[in-house]
Design a protein around this ligand. Sequence first.
Ligand code: G6P
Length: 373
Amino acid sequence: SATEKGGWDSYMDKEIHEEPLAVSDTLLGRFSVDGDLNLDEVRIDEDVFRSIDKIVVIACGSASYAGLVAKYAIEHWVRIPVEIELAHEFRYRDPILTPRTLVVAISQSGETMDTLMALRHAREQGSRVLAICNTQGSTIPRESDAVLYTHAGPEIAVASTKAFVAQIVAAYLLGLYLAQVKGTMYRDEIRQIVDNLKAMPEKIQWVLDNQADVIAQTADRMAKAHSFLFLGRHVGYPVAMEGALKLKEIAYTFSEGFAAGELKHGPIALVDEGEPVVVIVPSPRGRDVLHNKVISSIEEVKARGAFTIAVAEVGDPDVEHYADVIFWRPECSTLLSPLTDVVPLQLFAMDMAKLKHYDIDKPRNLAKSVTVE
Ligand code: G6P
């Protein structure tokens, strides 16, 4: 009913608007009085954490993209390899795990059968499994050695939104904690990132408050498009895949996310007059290579007639020359930008589904949690 949805049209709408809270609640209570990260709740010995030399993430769907976002951050902060494996693939492989490997199972529901079977497979081989989960007492955390809960609150809409951002935050906390115990970063650096993380709810709120109109208008303009390409680099790559997944799931629109660098290796052949291409643009500050390369990708698809929609940082001086439409986000570091950049893509998919009068919360053929293999 409308009351349960708190006045929102759909649970998805409500849950997207709960993202600032999902992020701040997931950060809550994870620090000691002196400001250091404290993950005592996971009950894995600090010495064990210190010995970890590889992380293998197992997950499905959006949770796997949250894991891929975390890979960029954790490898940068902790200098250990992080692999992401779709749970259903992991299970039938002969994965290389040692007692020093930490397997991280990411699941909103904690009931996804593929992820559960993969975690059993890992444990049978003597690996330690840490669950990142949104559902207290569900099967995946119960069968894991430890659990780090996301505190996004119950997620009802089939398409994951607030749980996704909370999963990124939890995985980042894990990464920063590993950096702290392994000493791969200075205390001050960790503090700085934690402070930046604490500022993210406000930045997400800014997107919700200021970009909803342009997003809805763009959905109107794009209502007849039959396919979308999403491009991103670095952390923008999993964000592109997540944006494409949302459109598939609820707007039943063919869409695919690519690493922007792959464009010339195939996907550019798809670009034709009027074809919509959504591009996640990294921060222009420092004008680093990443930013310039993504701007060139926009130029390349634009030159072939694409209709380009950019997600970019406020004040980006280059993006305006090339993009047809821009969804703005506030300034933030590249590693934290997925938390804001995914928001307009979620809203866009929702608006597209609304225009088509689809059931936003219960898309055809999908289940909230897939408890069969
Ligand atoms: C289903 C849902 C997706 C979700 C995936 C993993 O396919 O439709 O939205 O990302 O399962 O779910 P989990 O509960 O394990 O995060």
